[in-house]
Ligand binder design. Structure first.
Ligand code: C5P
Length: 236
């Protein structure tokens, strides 16, 4: 079990596995004192709330990454349900708008256990041309800045963004606004479908509070070694 006097370092391992048993196998090799875990849509759809409770019960701070995006009432109910699972962090899409984010915030504030609530700005898999196709104007940095400002006004604890936007958001919104950055890629790792990527060390220097790392660890021949290499880069 994690010692609450020593919060774990900023790594969040994304358990993007098709089968719960694969996720549990990796989680069983990880130390809650060294990383947090993230359960996303694929694993949640397979493993459901019982898997989340099991991971939380084994001492991990868990980010439930279901990126809720729906009408305010529905998202509020989903956030309250996530809080009941004891998760550390939950998220919504900032594109759901101010009222949706406010409803989500109100819902978790009335829960016995209040997770951190963050809003996804622009997915790290999107570049400017992908943004334009869905009607988002400006550069990724401009759109992320706009959505992060809205998220902050709506009472979010922070945002999910790429590390490329982290330093600007940090200077605009200060230390208390939490920045979660996926799209983290050690220098030698494959990008996969991610577009706005950065190395772990550079992401931290840019001001990210938490780094989400999936395939560079989970798809590595030796996941624990890959994780240790990222930790070493962060410590350097
Ligand atoms: O494997 P990889 O390191 O690219 O995994 C990144 C993880 O972060 C995935 O689980 C993905 O769903 C999530 N994520 C993301 N971009 C966001 C929000 C979450 O890549 N904006």
């Amino acid at each position: 079990m994690r010692d609450s006097h020593f919060p774990p370092p900023p790594l969040i391992v994304a358990l993007d596995f098709a089968r719960p048993r694969e996720a549990l196998r990796l989680a069983g090799q990880l130390d809650p004192g060294r990383c947090r875990l993230k359960v996303g849509k694929e694993l949640f759809t397979r493993g459901g709330p019982r898997l989340v409770e099991r991971l939380v019960g084994s001492g991990f701070e868990l980010f439930l990454d279901l990126k809720y995006h729906d009408i305010p009432n529905t998202v509020a109910g989903a956030c309250a349900a996530a809080a009941d699972l004891g998760v550390w962090m939950v998220n919504v899409h900032a594109l759901g708008g101010r009222r949706m984010m406010e409803a989500a915030r109100d819902a978790i504030e009335s829960q016995a256990h209040r997770p951190l609530l963050v809003a996804v700005t622009v997915l790290t898999s999107m570049d400017q041309s992908a943004m334009r196709e869905v009607g988002l104007s400006g550069t990724p940095q401009e759109a992320v800045g706009r959505l992060a400002g809205l998220a902050r006004e709506a009472g979010m604890d922070g945002v999910v963004c790429s590390a490329h936007e982290a330093s600007v958001l940090r200077s605009l919104y200060g230390r208390e606004f939490c920045l979660v950055t996926p799209g983290v890629r050690p220098a030698a790792a494959e990008r996969g479908d991610q577009k706005r990527v950065m190395t772990p060390g550079a992401a931290r220097r840019a001001g990210a509070d938490y780094l989400v790392v999936g395939r560079p660890v989970t798809a590595a021949p030796e996941p624990l070694r890959a994780l240790a290499a990222i930790e070493a880069e962060l410590a350097a």
